[in-house]
Design a protein around this ligand. Structure first.
Ligand code: ZN
Length: 292
């Protein structure tokens, strides 16, 4: 009898311990659940935007921060459509200015979008997204925003893109920081290599500041990544149709000499094209901060 009573007591102690363990577990689990829910609330889900111009592999863009919130860009890659721009040669390959300028323009636009900017691509290719190739196939199917065929005549071609930019500018009621950035690749005698350089419209204080800030950002990057290389890119004024006729402040950038071997390296390697886009974007972010 005594024996069986103590047995019963032991059993009930085990039972209570079991129930207690269950209750504590449920409490801990729900507390952990609540903490997880709180954590989810404090980290907003990544904002993804889609830009089909970048092509299937790159069209989803994750917005990483809002450093360019409130800014708007009109990005123009030089030439396009029936006009390939400057043409360089590397071995048996032909390098066309419009294709390299376009790829770097798309990459720059993607960086701007990642930091919360709004971006219009004025020259657009419905088929070529961001490309990783060394040699970018030349095509003539680029159009001008929104989808206008690009004329061969230079004056008509430039007027078409100025009209597109100014129409977009006028239709935008939000105002704020709006800039037009145009990318080109120069062509000069083979012997001469040229660093990235910048033009702005004479008398434009905002143009001068943007060009100078981008230039200085590029110089800092070269000092950091290729110490001892030096950088001689400059900023100057030039009477260019695109700089004179666009209502938003505009900066015109020459990315290199399509005929020089060192400059060709800057263009043909995907990583180099991306680095240029990143560096230019950093300069733009800096200029945007200065504008506030
Ligand atoms: Zn050009």
């Amino acid at each position: 009898m005594i024996h069986s009573l103590s047995f019963l007591r032991t059993r009930s102690v085990i039972y209570y311990k079991f129930v207690l363990t269950i209750i504590i577990s449920i409490y801990l689990l729900s507390a952990a659940n609540l903490a997880a829910q709180e954590a989810k609330k404090s980290i907003p889900p990544a904002k993804i935007i889609t830009e089909p111009l970048f092509g299937k592999d790159s069209e989803r863009v994750e917005v990483v921060d809002q450093r360019l919130k409130g800014s708007l860009f009109y990005l123009v890659s030089g030439h396009g459509g029936p006009d390939p721009g400057a043409i360089g040669r590397l071995g048996n390959n032909i390098l066309c200015e419009d294709e390299y300028a376009y790829d770097i323009t798309l990459r720059l636009g993607r960086e701007l979008l990642r930091h919360g900017a709004r971006v219009y691509f004025i020259v657009r290719d419905p088929h070529d997204g961001i490309r990783s190739d060394l040699y970018l196939r030349s095509s003539k199917d680029e159009v001008c925003y929104p989808d206008n065929e690009i004329p061969l005549n230079q004056v008509k071609r430039l007027k078409q893109r100025v009209d597109a930019i100014n129409t977009l500018y006028r239709s935008d009621s939000r105002g704020g920081y709006r800039r037009c950035i145009e990318l080109h690749v120069d062509a000069r005698e083979t012997k001469k290599n040229i660093d990235l350089f910048f033009y702005y419209h004479e008398g434009s204080k905002n143009g001068e500041r943007l060009a100078t800030t981008m230039r200085d950002a590029i110089e800092r990057k070269y000092q950091l990544k290729q110490p001892g290389r030096g950088y001689s890119g400059d900023v100057s004024t030039r009477s260019l149709y695109m700089l004179e006729k666009t209502i938003p402040t505009a900066v015109f950038i020459e990315l290199g000499n399509i005929n020089h071997s060192r400059d060709q390296q800057r263009l043909i390697y995907e990583n180099n094209r991306q680095a240029l886009a990143n560096w230019l974007c950093e300069g733009i972010i800096e200029d945007f901060q200065k504008s506030k």
